[in-house]
Design a protein around this ligand. Structure first.
Ligand code: ZN
Ligand code: ZN
Length: 103
């Protein structure tokens, strides 16, 4: 199983192509843009409460047999949050003071 490279930010729906340096993921692969993680989410994933890290970039080239972006393509299924913005803000407020390693 490879990491699921999702195509958009779940909050603002901006495109996050596989090589984007702005993609952030939580441990469940919930995917957001860096701007939303900083300004809307306060490094609190609204789906699971975890923190975020930059999403690793899958190599374009087949540097080892069978492994490349073309052979293990990015997902095309767009995800969208199922919580409203007030709920997300309250959730982030509740957890932002606790670092991810202690949540
Ligand atoms: Zn966003
Ligand atoms: Zn999450």
């Amino acid at each position: 199983m490879a990491l699921e490279l999702r195509p958009n930010c779940e909050y603002c729906d901006t495109d996050l192509p596989p090589a984007s340096p702005d993609a952030r993921i939580c441990s469940y692969e919930c995917t957001f843009c860096a701007t939303c993680v900083e300004t809307k989410l306060s490094n609190v994933c609204p789906n699971c409460g975890g923190g975020f890290q930059p999403r690793p970039i899958r190599p374009r080239g087949e540097w080892r047999p069978g492994l490349s972006l073309a052979l293990r393509p990015a997902s095309t299924e767009r995800h969208h949050l199922s919580y409203d913005t007030d709920d997300i803000a309250a959730f982030a407020e509740r957890l932002r003071g606790t670092p991810p390693e202690e949540r």
